[in-house]
Design a protein around this ligand. Structure first.
Ligand code: PBG
Length: 340
């Protein structure tokens, strides 16, 4: 058996062997100026898109119970909120609508007088330069809360796509800059692109929710948008959280069909997907920091369990660092003000 050294002498020998004084990464972390100089990722408010929930009526501003700081807004209030966001440096809003009435085919989705279409016109009139992006889906407009037309309790793809086309056209006619289909039906990007071009809206861009996962983190949104399915779930069209190669195939299809911007959703549980999409396609890539991700931070902060401003910035930085050029977030205004 070899001669045993004492624990303390082993320890100091190992220490001497490991210390390499030529390399001290801590040198560049010593002061705020040094840290800023070598910072690799920077958030700026112009990468944020701010979601708004538009309801009928006037003077309405109702906080969503599960999303502190997020409100259902009537058109006049949505205009004020978008103008304030613009003043904070945020270029645009993403509109969702709650209609007066729902039916089984979601026809309020293309009603020119519905809250979203009315809000688009008001925003374009009253908030110069604001970028108006609209969510295109049927779930807020169907009486059953599903994202499409049901035939024998299954979402029928092709008839649903025709409804989505009508909805996208009505948003374009009202003045939307970008339409954002979030439904995950097959072939809808190509049909919407073709319809927009034929109707004289070739300038309207498409941000496709190409890799949208069937996630537990959309719960609070369904309170905000009153869009929970009356039965069943969204597994037959949204993606399985376990898959990433499939996400790349979805992105490839949507780009072939004419998508201008690709969106991955949710964000923090899919940072690897964001990175792969950005690396493989190099197109403008957005990520949606969704309602449940926001609500978790808010809930922990309200309990005093985390430092919210720091957790917010760390979260948004991780999404940008993973490769997202655009971040859709309910934190847009808070983050923009923190960055100012
Ligand atoms: C519409 C849609 C949803 C979200 C965005 N668009 C809900 C869903 O798919 O159930 C979720 C956004 C969020 O959770 O913040 N289909």
């Amino acid at each position: 058996m070899a001669t045993r050294t004492t624990p303390s002498s082993t320890h100091s020998q190992a220490n001497r062997a490991q210390l390499d004084l030529r390399r001290r990464p801590r040198r560049l972390r010593r002061t705020p100026a040094l840290r800023a100089m070598v910072r690799e990722t920077r958030l700026t408010p112009d990468m944020f898109l701010y979601p708004l929930f538009v309801v009928p009526g006037e003077g309405q501003r109702r906080e969503v119970r599960s999303m502190p700081g997020v409100y259902q807004l009537s058109v006049d209030e949505a205009v004020k909120e978008a103008a304030a966001a613009k003043a904070d440096g945020i270029p645009g809003v993403l509109l969702f609508g709650l209609p007066d009435a729902k039916d089984d085919v979601g026809s309020a989705a293309y009603d020119p007088e519905a809250p979203v279409q009315t809000a688009i016109r008001a925003l374009k009139r009253e908030v110069p330069g604001v970028l108006v992006v609209t969510d295109v889906c049927l779930c807020e407009y169907t009486s059953h809360g599903h994202c499409g037309i049901l035939i024998d309790e299954e979402i029928a793809n092709d008839p649903t796509v025709e409804q989505l086309v009508r909805s996208a056209l009505s948003h374009a006619a009202a003045g939307a800059d970008i339409v954002a289909p979030s439904d995950m039906m097959d072939g809808r990007i190509g049909r919407i692109r073709e319809a927009l071009d034929h109707a004289g809206f070739p300038q309207v861009a498409i941000m496709s929710y190409a890799a949208k996962y069937c996630s537990a983190f959309y719960g609070p949104f369904r309170d905000a948008a009153d869009s929970a399915p009356a039965f069943g779930d969204r597994r037959s069209h949204q993606m399985d959280p376990a898959n990433v190669d499939e996400a790349l195939r979805e992105v490839e299809l949507d780009l072939e069909e004419g998508a201008d911007i690709i969106l991955v959703k949710p964000a923090i549980t899919y940072l690897d997907v964001i990175r792969r999409v950005k690396d493989e396609f190099g197109v403008p890539t957005a990520a949606y920091h969704v309602s449940g991700e926001y609500a978790m931070l808010k809930a922990a902060a309200r309990n005093g369990w985390i430092d919210e401003p720091r957790a917010m910035m760390e979260t948004l930085t991780s999404i940008h660092r993973a490769g997202a050029d655009i971040i859709v977030t309910y934190y847009a205004r808070e983050a923009a003000r923190a960055l100012a």
